[in-house]
Design a protein around this ligand. Structure first.
Ligand code: ATP
Length: 280
């Protein structure tokens, strides 16, 4: 793996092809990265539009965080390329966002849905152990390498947690994904792995709901009120009670009462084994 460890790439090493999606500061394109004379890999390249300095800062900070991460369920960064404009080169997840997959595949088996949850949870448990908060975990930011291989992506909002305060305090609310955020994020702008756990619960709900938008058309203020009054996203159709109970545990108002990703992984592994055995 040494040749794919994150490094600076020369512009002639990156060949750009078609567009995969658009990001906040530019677009993401498919491409090929030439690692050596005899080795090339398919890649996804985040490109910057108009050399926007704010965008450049964001991409560099995303790159410096991604560089530290090394896990099978997290999109790996291959390198940064400073050509005419800055590019962030990552491994390609050919099948694209899980959200789109969920929208198209309406008859996923239970074991397959739980398999996705287990893999996301595994990646998140690694981030938790690295004191990284993702802050944008949602089905749109989980990418598929194959139908049975998910990776967490989009570290644009991710931060290291300060060891002293034990949470990250954001300036924000800029372009926040409010429907995925725990109450303490919305009220106090405090983020830690337990706020990612809340978002994971919403991501589980998306997986069980064919990629439907959470909270229908409620406005942000209405969602907060709805949650404060003790309401939660309702149980998706055909969702096993034990899966819904896990979601509800992620949405405990007090973060101390939420499980951590390691606990979640154990519970989901158990369910996965049961569903897989009976091919449900
Ligand atoms: P957002 O405004 O959603 O935060 P962003 O600027 O952070 O966007 P990404 O979400 O990282 O950008 O990427 C935008 C899109 O590009 C994704 O939805 C996905 O379709 C595609 N994409 C990004 N990274 C990859 C990858 N590694 N493999 C395949 N497709 C990718």
């Amino acid at each position: 793996r040494e040749d794919v460890l994150a490094k600076d790439l020369r512009p002639d090493q990156v060949i750009l092809e078609g567009k995969l999606g658009s990001g906040q500061f530019g677009e993401v394109r498919k491409g090929i990265c030439l690692l050596s004379r005899s080795k090339s890999v398919p890649v996804a390249v985040k490109t910057l539009k108009n050399n926007d300095p704010a965008g450049e800062k964001e991409i560099l900070s995303e790159a410096s965080l991604m560089k530290r991460l090394n896990h099978q369920h997290i999109v790996r960064m291959i390198g940064v390329c400073k050509g005419e404009s800055l590019m962030l080169v990552m491994e390609l997840a050919e099948l694209g966002p899980l959200k789109k997959y969920l929208e198209k595949n309406l008859t996923m088996k239970k074991w397959h849905q739980v398999e996705m949850m287990v893999q996301i949870c595994d990646g998140m448990s690694y981030l938790e152990s690295m004191d990284v908060v993702h802050r944008d975990l949602a089905a749109r930011n989980v990418l598929l390498v194959s139908e049975h291989f998910a990776k967490i992506s989009d570290f644009g909002m991710s931060r290291m947690v300060d060891n002293n305060s034990e949470y990250y305090r954001a300036h924000g609310p800029g372009r926040w994904p409010l429907m995925w955020y725990a109450p303490e994020c919305l009220y106090f702008h405090k983020f830690d792995s337990k706020s990612d756990v809340w978002s994971f619960g919403v991501t589980m709900w998306e997986i069980m709901s064919n990629g439907t938008r959470p909270y229908e058309r409620k406005k942000p203020q209405q969602i907060l009120q709805f949650i404060e009054q003790g309401n939660r996203l309702s149980k998706p159709r055909d969702c096993d009670d034990r899966i819904y109970d896990i979601m509800l545990s992620c949405w405990e108002l007090k973060k101390e009462n939420r499980p951590n990703f390691k606990n979640l992984k154990d519970k989901l592994d158990h369910l996965y084994n049961e569903f897989y055995r009976s091919k449900r």
